[in-house]
Design a protein around this ligand. Structure first.
Ligand SMILES: Nc1ncnc2c1ncn2[C@@H]1O[C@H](COP(=O)(O)OP(=O)(O)OP(=O)(O)O)[C@@H](O)[C@H]1O
Length: 271
């Protein structure tokens, strides 16, 4: 893979991303740049292309045009597992946890990219295998503590309330020890207290674990509170970018949200 930028590279750089579904142009040449250590918000009305952008970055949908680079390395078109190995972890709009497994085991799944299983290795070097397993569990225990999930660590994940399941999914993403964390509506369906918890964990993940964060979020109060910069999409195009208060006050953004009553309420609540 060619290097797009040898030095001072952004954590994530997307240039001219286009993606269509049949005749529908979901992304029409979108540029997006997340700086190292930044919390970057991707916002816009329903159907504006936010999740499609994340799916392009994480390899779920190859773009029809444009390039994606991670700390200067071109990752365009790589498979999702290869992109995860390069250092991007994500959560999903609709929870993607493994029912029937405990909270702890779900988080342990996040370690799989760092595991090196081999039958022969386990047979002949079982001491090393045990040591590796212990190291993974140590990381997971540390994340359980960081995310304050100790009390539910042995619960089957499906019996845990939705707000905590979202927290487990974030913990699993952190267990991969990513360089870039992508969160698709991490606060959907949460009450105010749960939202505040998640906002705190996102800030702490950036400050204490050094991850750069790209977050899709409809709750504008949260976007204003935690994002350093935002990019606003509408019908697959960028209509504003910059510091949240500035971008969300732009006439184009207000106009775009006018047809979306729920989003309009959100905007009014923070203005
Ligand atoms: N797999 C797909 N097949 C066909 N059309 C799709 C597909 N994925 C997304 N789209 C369309 O692309 C457009 C952008 O969708 P996308 O889910 O990216 O928007 P969004 O901004 O994430 O919306 P929301 O806030 O509602 O999640 C929409 O018109 C959507 O219907």
């Amino acid at each position: 893979m060619p290097r797009l930028a040898p030095t001072d590279a952004p954590a994530l750089a997307c240039r001219g991303i286009e993606r269509s579904f049949g005749g529908l142009k979901a992304l029409k040449g979108v540029d997006l740049e997340v700086r190292p250590g930044e919390i970057f918000g991707l916002v816009g009305p329903n159907g504006s292309g936010k999740t499609t952008m994340v799916n392009v970055i994480t390899g779920f949908y190859p773009p029809n045009a444009g390039r994606v680079a991670l700390f200067g390395d071109d990752i365009t078109g790589l498979a999702p597992h290869a992109i995860t190995r390069r250092g991007i972890a994500r959560t999903f709009q609709n929870l993607a946890l493994f029912k029937g497994m405990s909270v702890l085991d779900n988080i342990l799944v996040g370690r799989h990219i760092h595991m090196h299983p081999s039958v022969l290795g386990t047979l002949f070097y079982w001491v090393a295998a045990v040591r590796e397993e212990t190291a993974h569990r140590t990381v997971v225990e540390e994340i359980i503590e960081f995310m304050q999930l100790q009390e539910i660590r042995h619960e089957p994940v499906e019996v845990v309330p939705l707000g905590l399941q979202k927290r487990v999914e974030l913990a699993r993403a952190l267990a991969a020890e990513p360089r870039v964390l992508i969160l698709d509506e991490p606060m959907a369906g949460m009450n105010q207290e749960e939202k505040e918890y998640i906002a705190r964990f996102i800030l702490d993940a950036r400050d204490e674990r050094g991850v750069s964060v790209l977050v899709i979020e409809h709750h504008m109060d949260v976007v204003m509170a935690i994002c350093d910069r935002v990019l606003v999409l509408n019908y697959g195009e960028t209509i504003a970018a910059g510091p949240p208060a500035e971008a969300m006050a732009s006439p184009k953004v207000i106009e775009a949200y006018l047809g979306h009553s729920a989003a309009r309420r959100q905007l009014r609540a923070v203005s």
